[in-house]
Design a protein around this ligand. Structure first.
Ligand code: UD1
Ligand code: CA
Length: 448
């Protein structure tokens, strides 16, 4: 048994009305064509070939190092496959052809399709499904339950339009009979395109065995041609992902309004409110509470963490940390256990040791803060002189008074205390008090 996969992804996607190539539009965070290419690499295909054309450089940037054939002019799906002729000429196994715009297909479906195709000794097997509203899809035309061809919407008569069994755009072809039939297709149709679907009638006329493999879950074959369909695909994928999390023990208040990308991992009893957006390589532990208007991307989060209305990027957050509302963790931050960062606090490339508190209006950048230190409201590490970045180191059990400017590079010792309103430019040793501000002047009865 030998299998090659071929993904058609050269089209412009006119109906999408977009500058981005259609197949790069994302469904729950993953570009459609990447999703299909990933599945193809998991089903035991010996070679996966992409047909690229429209803005191929952009597609290649997303897919990385892949094998592809260029279709310089997009003259139809049949023409697209013809471009791969050379790659298939000495191959006598099965070619599975897929479209780059059907991101909801499951790996298991492709495996079953291939198995069915092999077991039925067919020359061609078409993946199909039943749609109550089949508009836009190629219709499977049968006589005496045998396939005679596929007719596209544009060429369909009223009678054919009433057929509800549609072409998913996924096929298994025996390579030899595919290549023979491709030589015979033409573009004498409404769109003036070379339709891959015309291969079916040619196969039939040559007495080849053509089968259909009907899929019960018609969501899976949804083809994305417009932004309306893109939204629909996002809803279906979101439902799949969120249902899986709930089955694993995660609590979602409203599964329709919680946005979790496929790559995210979440522990049981973690509670997620509507409006949360969890992205990338994020993992969240157990018993956490993630409130609405929170975006988390590429973060590792421990257990019992609470995040409210905040943005967390590429950071490590250990257990029992509380964040927000309105905090911003920028990349390479590390909050150790029981840290609290509150209202309007921004942390960048800084490590906050266990129990550090920065409750309000603070910027900590390129800093290290020792255990249990309290950072008063309005503290700023002045880490940038317009050219270079400098580090601030604050020891443990220190108390930084409100409205302190720590002009980096600067070191603040353990147990030290900085008076409110200070501008600190020199190191402060441990156990010391440092104050730098003008003395208060009070003039009695001045208002009189
Ligand atoms: C196609 C099928 C239709 C099927 C539907 C399933 C044909 C003629 N029609 O219609 O029967 O029901 O898919 O979703 O095949 N592409 C190229 N080069 C081209 C044209 C298209 O690579 O010259 C690629 C596109 O990038 C896309 C895929 O082929 O990924 C399908 O093309 P599309 O225009 O979306 O076909 P449909 O009209 O949806
Ligand atoms: Ca399509």
């Amino acid at each position: 048994m030998s299998l090659k996969t071929l993904i058609l992804a050269a089209g412009k996607g006119t109906r999408m009305k977009s500058n981005l190539p259609k197949v790069l539009h994302k469904v729950c965070g993953i570009p459609m064509v990447k999703k299909i290419a990933d599945i193809c690499s998991q089903i035991g295909s010996e070679e996966n070939i992409l047909i690229l054309g429209h803005k191929k450089e952009e597609v290649l940037k997303v897919l990385g190092d892949i094998e592809y054939v260029e279709q310089k002019e997009q003259l139809g799906t049949g023409h697209a496959v013809i471009q791969a002729k050379e790659k298939l000429s000495n191959f006598d196994g099965t070619v599975m052809i897929l479209c780059g715009d059907t991101p909801l297909l499951r790996k298991e479906t492709l495996e079953s399709l291939y198995k069915f195709h092999k077991e039925s000794n067919a020359a061609t097997t078409i993946l199909t499904s039943i749609y109550e509203n089949p508009f836009g899809y190629g219709r499977i035309v049968k006589q005496d339950e045998k396939v005679v061809g596929i007719v596209e919407e544009k060429e369909a008569t009223e009678e054919i339009k009433a057929i509800k069994e549609v072409n998913a755009g996924v096929y298994c072809f025996e390579a030899k009979s595919l290549l023979e039939a491709l030589d015979k297709i033409n573009n004498n149709n409404e769109k003036g395109e070379y339709y891959l679907t015309d291969v079916i009638a040619i196969n039939v006329s040559e007495d080849k065995v053509v089968k259909t493999f009907l899929l019960e879950d018609n969501d899976e074959i949804l083809g994305i041609n417009s932004k309306i369909e893109l939204e629909k695909a996002n809803c279906i994928m979101r439902d799949r992902i969120n249902s899986q999390h709930m089955e694993n023990g995660v609590i979602l208040i409203d599964k329709n309004n919680t946005y979790i990308e496929e790559s995210v991992k979440i522990g049981q009893d973690t509670l997620i409110y509507p409006g949360a957006l969890l992205q990338g390589e994020t993992s969240i532990g157990e018993n956490c509470e993630i409130l609405g208007n929170t975006r988390i991307i590429d973060c590792q989060i421990g257990n019992d963490v609470r995040v409210e209305s905040s943005i967390l990027e590429e950071s490590i957050i250990e257990s029992k940390v509380t964040i927000g509302p309105f905090a911003h963790l920028r990349p390479k931050s590390h909050l150790k256990e029981e840290v609290h960062i509150g209202n309007f606090v921004e942390v960048k490339k800084s490590t906050l040791e266990k129990g550090v508190k920065a409750g309000h209006l603070t910027y900590l950048g390129d800093a290290t803060v020792g255990e249990k230190t309290n950072i008063g409201a309005g503290t700023i590490t002045c880490n940038y002189d317009g050219k270079n970045k400098f580090k601030t180191s604050i020891g443990k059990n220190a108390f930084i008074g409100s409205d302190t400017m720590l002009v980096a590079p600067v070191n603040i010792g353990d147990n030290s205390l900085i008076g409110a309103g200070s501008v600190i430019t020199k190191d402060v040793p441990e156990n010391a008090l440092a104050v730098s501000r003008s003395k208060q002047v009070t003039k009695f009865d001045w208002r009189k």
